[in-house]
Design a protein around this ligand. Structure first.
Ligand code: NAD
Length: 455
């Protein structure tokens, strides 16, 4: 048995003890995780700061606080979520009770992405634990210090047969993907998502895929331009644009384009991204710096465009007069570059967006109800916001996930619990009565009665 096989086998054995089926066990593990995170906030911040200079402010607001929220919600609601639910019994089965029992899937593999390394690794683990699964967590290897920090905290404090971090890159992930899990939860790129999906198919493993894509922001002529710009610039340049639900590009109505650009430039200046200390994160590595620099067409720079390859900093950059044929419009940008495309006709721009793969998010800025409805009804996307960006992820009542190329499944709140559960339908029959109609011999008179009853 190789190392990965053994790790999975030990978790399977632990799962079979039924320890994780106890709600109290799950609650105790989640509370322990919360205490560990709280006691180690500084340690976690030091690690992420080393990786890409994420500030204490952003580490708390965009990573750790979301984990506290998910843990608190799960602890409060696990009992309710995991209760068997009575449903109506259909006529042919009467008399009987019918109910649905949520049960954990078993041993889960969670593969994290690098851009919000704590949140994207630990939030799915919280959902998995809440639903009664064991967890093997493989964080992204790119932010190496956060990966090590999670491995240290979790592996030194949890029973590895229940919750364990396995560090590594492609070879280790590939070795894990060769194992027979009961659930795989993956966050990352579309291309690796396809590799994961294919590996899962071999053993018919259910998957959740949280992927990415080019999320548009549509700015109509009748929006509140000032507040639009404020919310858009924040959502775009948060984490230096390395956010899966960042507005990837803007389509703006021709009549307000110039005003939009002016206000956007002013908002970037007032945000003092590179003026104040620890107010802007680095690009994760040199390869991504090189990829992003190549997308900056000097002729189209409206503001920004400068970079420093030593510090891995790229200025918040707006490109103007961009067309759908430009290089920057080919793939998800995932960095601090905002292409601006002008449009005249909302129907035509919606049709254009619909030709592209279904995005993870879509944002529409408008005061016009008809425009809003058009965008919401006609474009398929994971989730999004009207007159805002990014913040929809913080409402766990809505669940979060993609559709089509941007993903399969959803999580946070009860959606996360469901992602790691199977819902077992049970028909519970008493024995004091047994109608004879379905039994052999199948006579004409029985069929007549069945037709009368069923209709
Ligand atoms: P990635 O796909 O390169 O890596 C994700 C994980 O897969 C990492 O843990 C990595 O080690 C592993 N991996 C990479 N190549 C592999 C291979 N060939 N075989 C097996 N495993 C492999 O993604 P990333 O660069 O970490 O993240 C960026 C992407 O993730 C963007 O597309 C972004 O939109 C998306 N994303 C989506 C969400 C979401 O919630 N939907 C959140 C964050 C990021």
């Amino acid at each position: 048995m190789d190392k990965m096989q053994e790790i999975v086998a030990l978790q399977k054995k632990f799962f079979q003890t039924n320890a994780t089926k106890e709600v109290n066990f799950r609650i105790a593990q989640l509370k322990k995780l919360e205490s560990l995170l709280r006691e180690n906030e500084d340690f976690l911040h030091e690690a992420i700061y080393k990786d890409f200079k994420k500030s204490a402010f952003e580490n708390y607001t965009t990573e750790i606080s979301l984990l506290y929220h998910d843990i608190k919600e799960a602890v409060k609601k696990i009992s309710k979520w995991s209760k068997k639910k009575r449903v109506r019994t259909n006529l042919v089965n009467l008399p009987a009770k019918s109910y649905i029992i949520p049960e954990p899937l078993g041993v889960s593999l969670i593969i994290g992405a690098w851009n919000y390394p704590y949140q994207l690794s630990i939030a799915p683990a919280i959902a998995a634990i809440a639903a009664g699964n064991t967890v093997i967590l493989k964080p992204s290897e790119l932010p190496i210090n956060t990966s090590k920090a999670m491995a240290k905290l979790i592996n030194e404090n949890f029973d590895p047969n229940f919750f364990r971090v396995v560090e590594g890159g492609v070879p280790e992930t590939t070795a894990l993907l060769n194992q027979d899990f009961d659930k795989i939860f993956f966050t990352g790129s579309v291309s690796v998502g396809k590799i994961v999906y294919q590996a899962a198919a071999k053993n018919l493993i259910p998957v959740t895929l949280e992927l990415g894509g080019k999320s548009p922001a549509i700015i109509t002529e009748n929006c509140d331009l000032k507040i639009t710009v404020k919310r858009l610039i924040w959502g775009k340049f948060l984490n230096a644009g390395q956010t899966c639900i960042a507005p990837d590009y803007v389509v703006v109505h021709k009549s307000v384009k110039n005003k939009f650009l002016e206000l956007a430039k002013k908002e970037i200046e007032e945000s003092k991204f590179l003026v104040e200390e620890d107010n802007y994160v680095q690009i994760i590595n040199d390869a991504n710096v090189a990829r992003l620099i190549a997308l900056i067409d000097a002729d189209k720079v409206y503001t920004g465009g400068k970079y420093n390859t030593d510090t891995r900093i790229i200025e918040p950059t707006i490109l103007t007069d961009v067309t759908f044929e430009d290089n920057v419009m080919k793939d998800e940008i995932f960095g601090p570059i905002l292409p601006v495309i002008e449009y005249e006709d909302l129907d035509a721009i919606i049709a254009k967006i619909k030709e592209m793969p279904k995005p993870l998010s879509c944002y529409v800025f408008t005061k016009d109800k008809e425009y809003k409805q058009k965008v919401l009804n006609q474009i398929s996307f994971g989730g999004g916001a009207v007159n805002d960006t990014v913040m929809h992820i913080s409402n766990s009542n809505m669940g979060f996930g993609g559709v089509g190329d941007s993903g399969i499944g959803a999580y946070h709140g009860e959606y996360g619990f469901k992602a790691f559960s199977h819902y077992k339908g049970i028909l519970d029959k008493p024995t004091w009565i047994e109608p004879n109609l379905k039994y052999y011999p199948h006579t004409k008179s029985k069929l007549k009665w069945i037709k009368r009853l069923i209709g």
